[in-house]
Design a protein around this ligand. Structure first.
Ligand code: KG4
Ligand code: ZN
Length: 389
């Protein structure tokens, strides 16, 4: 039986921001248990998350998930040092269940509360550590953590480039101005009747599709900002799908080609902007590289200055996609060849930590615990539109 860590405080963390009820126990960055009660089956019929259904399911799932998280971590309430909970962003009725439950537990067991931003949790998700360290992890140890880091949070609700200056110190470099990448994949998947959530299904279908059959534009290439946009892509995909339907050509093979095309267009835009961030002449001031500079770099007439970025972190549901990971790694290899500067891509140790989970909430909470950042039950409230700043 694994011993309870004497040095690191155990934190019980809860996430009910969207359609997964998740409870975890962490010891610092180490995940002792991570229970996720998924509601995907419930929401499938709506093709998206239905807030009142989510609320009801969270209500039913939260107590059993908490019990299981404690059991799996082999600890009892007396071992727990604090209770952490997501306060936002997310669906208001869903957040409410987690927050109310956390407050009840804190009162009953006399524990301090920690409020966590769900986006910060996705940012720090690559820092979570497996309890058994038998496998060699590509993750950085505490001493190896070097800042600034560029975090990509690519999920169903968010698509953001965040400069992590230190743990708890963030600057957003760019974000989607409309739909998130996962949302775009889900919406196109809905048009193709692929089921919900469509992202993982599109990943599988795309493997059987070919390049060059259809084409969709890579958006935002004329904008000199690090922002992203996916709603135009969804509209272009809808037009393409309607045309195929009208010609009676929406065959299984064409759906595979479409899946491939949409995935490449979404990931193509993300890697396009990543490349420009890496080649930014002055990242502190968010300077966008000029076309002529990019051309000179491309033609090897000039070598760009090394970026201050030390590593790339990837989090969020879409981070589970192997093709996205491959595209990002390819960009980093290209950058290495060009500049000699090697940047590693760090992802969560398991794909279960990409999509919503409480383990990542626990990781943020463990840092907050160390800094003594506790919340007062009376003022702790849901913040559905919370941002990271
Ligand atoms: O992080 P997450 O669970 O929830 C939010 O905070 O939004 O992300 C869910 C999103 C959905 O849009 C889902 O389709 C997408 O992540 N997703 C994927 C994959 N797995 C989940 N997208 C592409 N490929 C995947 N393998
Ligand atoms: Zn999320």
């Amino acid at each position: 039986m694994p011993k309870i860590s004497k040095t690191l405080p155990l934190i019980l963390a809860i996430d009910t921001s969207c359609d997964d009820t998740s409870v975890t126990v962490v010891a610092g960055r180490t995940v002792r248990s991570n229970i996720v009660a998924s509601q995907h089956q419930l929401h499938k019929q709506y093709g998206g998350v239905f807030p009142t259904v989510a609320k009801q399911a969270h209500q039913q799932n939260i107590a059993p998930a908490t019990k299981k998280a404690l059991q799996q971590a082999q600890c009892s309430w007396s071992d727990i040092a604090a209770i952490a909970v997501t306060i936002g962003p997310g669906l208001a009725p869903a957040l409410e269940i987690g927050i109310t439950y956390a407050k009840t537990l804190a009162k009953e067991h006399n524990k301090p509360l920690i409020a966590v931003n769900h986006i910060e949790a996705h940012v720090l998700s690559p820092l979570a550590l497996r309890q058994s360290r038998k496998t060699i992890s590509t993750q950085a140890t505490e001493e190896q953590l070097k800042f600034p880091v560029l975090s990509l949070v690519i999920s169903g609700g968010h698509s953001e480039f965040v400069l992590v200056k230190n743990i708890g110190e963030y600057e957003k470099l760019g974000q989607t101005i409309d739909d998130a990448a996962g949302e775009c994949l889900d919406k196109v998947g809905r048009l193709l009747n692929l089921g919900y959530p469509a992202g993982p299904i599109i990943e599988q279908f795309a493997k059987k599709g070919n390049v060059g059959i259809f084409s969709l534009p890579i958006a935002m290439t004329n904008q000199t900002s690090f922002d992203l946009s996916f709603s135009g892509l969804k509209t272009a995909a809808r037009t393409l799908i309607t045309q195929l339907q009208e010609k009676n050509q929406l065959t299984a093979q064409n759906i595979h080609h479409l899946a491939h095309t949409i995935q490449e267009a979404v990931f193509g835009q993300i890697t396009y902007k990543l490349w420009r961030i890496l080649l930014s002449p002055d990242l502190e001031n968010r300077s966008y590289p000029s076309r002529s500079d990019l051309k000179k770099i491309q033609n090897q007439e000039t070598t760009p200055m090394n970026t201050p970025i030390q590593a790339i972190w990837l989090g969020g549901g879409v981070a589970a996609n192997n093709r996205l990971r491959a595209c990002l790694r390819q960009t980093l290899r290209k950058y290495h060849t060009l500049t000699g500067q090697k940047l590693q891509l760090h992802t969560p140790y398991s794909k279960r930590l990409c999509s919503d989970n409480a383990a990542m909430i626990g990781v943020v909470a463990s840092y907050k615990f160390t800094r003594g950042e506790f919340a007062q039950a009376e003022t702790l409230d849901r913040k559905p539109g919370l941002i990271l700043d």
